[in-house]
Design a protein around this ligand. Structure first.
Ligand code: NAG
Ligand code: NAG
Ligand code: NAG
Ligand code: NAG
Length: 352
């Protein structure tokens, strides 16, 4: 069937020469066969340097950049294999694909193997200095929704490709917006799994701004690792499965991190706890151990410390059991390897 592009004032739509009709953002042919997704090319044009980067699953330093417009050609790239699982990673405020956090995630997935690895490169729009933060939030929302429409159009069946979206800090909210950009009538209207690594706290949870942070309805499974609830991370539970390693950074920094400097709030060392979510998660990806990051369901960190919860019913990170929802606690080591295996559910003051 021949497809044409028709551009209206706001949307450009893929439509067939045969009759087509629209249902929300989906386009169907006259026999209700799926044709495409309406995408907003006018908004897309505001982000010419937005790329989706496909990483060679065997060598992370080899990459191919796609724009939203040529993303569909990803199927002809040999680094993309539709029989593999697919992970999409979004880094946070001021970060990029070359920084140590992104590289740690890439190393972990390359080591584990079996994944198509895609990075949302929004580094042209995610800020340079602290003053850029409000603008980065606004870009994050628009970029997330634009990517959502395009990945719906490109991949169509998220279940088959076993998609999971991973985001750190503002990237955790970005992946929520990716899910929100998928047409609600789409054949797979929901991303199966989102992993939020210490979702950004500042502004996102302040009612003075009408922001809509990542929440439990943004994917079938929303797994969150909280490491800095006191400063740069989300101050509240926001997933279907929430992990609070070492208490989630609610009252104290992560083990091995320097004390917070309250005078110079943005000094690099103050981001230590916020970044630990990435290091814990990456280790859980690379480590296939059956008891890796064992975690216990518990109603509070105090109860966990008091030894009231030792179920080992959950594992933090990649291997989390999706049907086991709720709040989970564990202890980690101060230095890598952070995993304490099944010991992690038994609080030890000498580890803290
Ligand atoms: C990975 O790719 C880089 C860049 O192309 C190359 O220099 C390097 O040798 C490759 N590494 C391996 C292990 O093949
Ligand atoms: C996609 O388009 C961009 C911009 O035109 C180009 O730089 C890039 O090489 C294209 N990617 C592929 C895989 O065709
Ligand atoms: C929320 O934002 C307002 C407006 O910028 C600010 O005055 C207030 O201190 C913030 N509240 C918190 C808890 O950060
Ligand atoms: C999650 O966020 C979306 C988008 O803001 C909103 O529509 C939905 O009601 C929220 N769900 C919950 C459980 O808060």
């Amino acid at each position: 069937m021949k497809l044409l592009f028709h551009c209206g004032l706001i949307f450009c739509a893929v439509s067939s020469v045969a009759e087509a009709f629209f249902d929300n953002n989906e386009v169907f042919g006259k026999n209700r066969q799926f044709i495409g997704v309406r995408v907003n090319e006018i908004l897309e044009a505001k982000y010419p340097n937005l790329h989706l980067i496909l990483v060679n699953p065997y060598n992370k330093s080899q990459t191919a950049a796609f724009t939203l417009q040529n993303l569909t050609t990803i199927y002809s790239n040999s680094w993309f294999n539709p029989t593999r699982n697919t992970v999409i990673y979004a880094f946070g405020f001021t970060k990029n694909i070359d920084d140590s956090l992104s590289q740690t995630i890439l190393d972990a997935y390359v080591k584990r193997g079996g994944h198509n690895i895609i990075v949302i490169d929004w580094s042209a729009y995610n800020g340079v200095t602290v003053a850029d933060y409000p603008a980065a939030i606004e870009n994050m929302k628009v970029i997330g929704e634009l990517v959502g429409a395009r990945i719906a159009m490109t991949f169509r069946n998220f279940a088959t490709l076993r998609f999971h979206l991973v985001g750190h800090s503002l990237g955790a909210h970005l992946v929520a917006y990716i899910n929100r950009g998928i047409p609600k009538s789409f054949l797979t209207p929901q991303i199966p799994k989102i992993i939020g690594l210490d979702p950004a706290g500042p502004y996102m949870y302040n009612s003075s701004y009408n922001h809509h942070p990542l929440n439990a309805s943004d994917a079938s499974t929303v797994l969150v690792i909280h490491t800095d609830m006191i400063a740069f991370g989300a101050p509240v539970k926001c997933g279907t499965i929430d992990f609070y390693p070492n208490g989630g950074g609610k009252t104290e920094v992560q083990p091995g991190c320097p004390p917070l400097d309250f005078v110079d709030q943005f000094v690099a060392t103050n981001f230590c706890s916020h970044q630990m979510a990435v290091y814990y998660y990456a280790e859980s990806v690379a480590n296939k151990g059956t008891n890796a990051f064992a975690a216990t369901k518990c109603s509070s960190y105090d109860d966990f410390v008091a030894g009231k919860c030792r179920s080992r019913s959950q594992q933090m990170g990649y291997s989390a059991r999706e049907y086991m929802t709720g709040d989970f606690y564990l202890q980690t080591n101060k230095i890598a390897p952070f995993d304490r295996g099944s010991l992690g559910v038994t609080y030890s003051s000498s580890t803290a």
